[in-house]
Design a protein around this ligand. Structure first.
Ligand SMILES: Cc1cc2nc3c(=O)[nH]c(=O)nc-3n(C[C@H](O)[C@H](O)[C@H](O)COP(=O)(O)OP(=O)(O)OC[C@H]3O[C@@H](n4cnc5c(N)ncnc54)[C@H](O)[C@@H]3O)c2cc1C
Length: 278
């Protein structure tokens, strides 16, 4: 691994100023389960690493009936997945978080790192897309909110400016979420998704999100429109799954061929829709 300068600031202001001062090759370090691997493999070689784990406010997880759930950027996946409120009110997010890597990984990895890494297969991305989460950002020009669907720009590219730091993710408060997360992978545990999907039913609205099927995680909007106002019969589910698959543009890689992924999308979405129909 190439030598680098290491900083551990205790405020967002300090962290952002360091990133700006040290230039484009200064990287944010969170749990490090993506960044450190990339550094070891020489894929990413930062001159400067700014470790944000010393910033206390990023470790908060809180819920408010009006504002919804806030998960601070440095909350590790295991703490989020086993949080009582998350398990009760956002179970689909808890389930997605529990599917990431292994227990050891989840004790270090964060949801913010998962989405900022901008891998098309990020497991927490589909519940966040389906639940219309917002990403709260601190930066040199103040604070801003990015709707989660606007965070993902391309493979490994997010819509953050240099010097901007994600403070955490906010998920709206919903009366009742009926949701289902599906992950299809080569092994049951410690494997990356070949296809991942989340369907949530909020009142009568059904939302469908897919990962590992396109350059970024996506919402299957055409399938959502098709379902709107319809009863979830076997025929409707079959057709919706086909439409969702047609909205994807998967690639062939070490995990699966394009054709296999398309078939797996249909299966995952069918399982999701069967799980949420009452
Ligand atoms: C063995 C193994 C198994 C894994 N299995 C899975 C899996 O099943 N599913 C899955 O989705 N992923 C998996 N991963 C990938 C990884 O664990 C996750 O993506 C993890 O959630 C990343 O979080 P982190 O806190 O470790 O991020 P880091 O590695 O610290 O950071 C990742 C990226 O996000 C940026 N970043 C982090 N925090 C912020 C912030 N606050 N603001 C702006 N940018 C930020 C960093 O600069 C970096 O570019 C696995 C990794 C390993 C090593």
């Amino acid at each position: 691994m190439k030598n680098f300068e290491y900083f551990k600031p205790s405020t967002l202001k300090e962290a952002s100023e360091l990133l700006i001062k040290k230039g484009a090759n200064a990287h944010i370090l969170n749990g490090g389960t993506d960044l450190i691997i990339r550094m070891k493999e020489g894929i990413t070689s930062p001159d400067v690493v700014v470790d944000i784990k010393g910033i206390k406010e990023l470790h908060n997880i809180k819920f408010d009936e009006k504002e919804g759930l806030f998960v601070g950027a440095c909350v590790v996946l295991n703490d989020m997945a086993h949080n009582q409120i998350v398990k009760e009110k956002y179970k689909v997010l808890s389930n997605a978080a529990k599917s990431v890597g292994s227990g050891q990984i989840r004790n270090k990895a964060t949801m913010t790192g998962n989405i900022c890494n901008a891998s098309p297969l990020a497991d927490t991305s589909t519940p966040l897309l389906a639940l219309d989460a917002k990403v709260l950002v601190y930066g040199p020009n103040g604070e801003r909110e990015i709707p989660i669907n606007e965070l993902f720009v391309w493979v490994r590219k997010v819509s953050l400016e240099h010097g901007e730091i994600v403070k955490g993710v906010r998920i709206p408060a919903y009366e009742n979420i009926i949701g289902d997360f599906q992950k299809i992978s080569r092994r049951k545990e410690v494997d990356l998704s070949t296809v991942a999907s989340t369907v949530v039913k909020i009142n009568d609205e059904i939302r469908i999100a897919l990962a590992s099927v396109a350059p970024t995680p996506i919402r299957a909007r055409k399938a959502e429109s098709f379902i709107k106002g319809k009863k979830l019969t076997d025929e409707v589910i079959e057709e919706a799954a086909k439409i969702a698959a047609s909205e994807a543009s998967p690639i062939e890689d070490v995990r699966a061929s394009k054709e296999y992924r398309i078939e797996m999308i249909k299966i995952a979405v069918k399982r999701n829709l069967n799980a949420v129909r009452s």
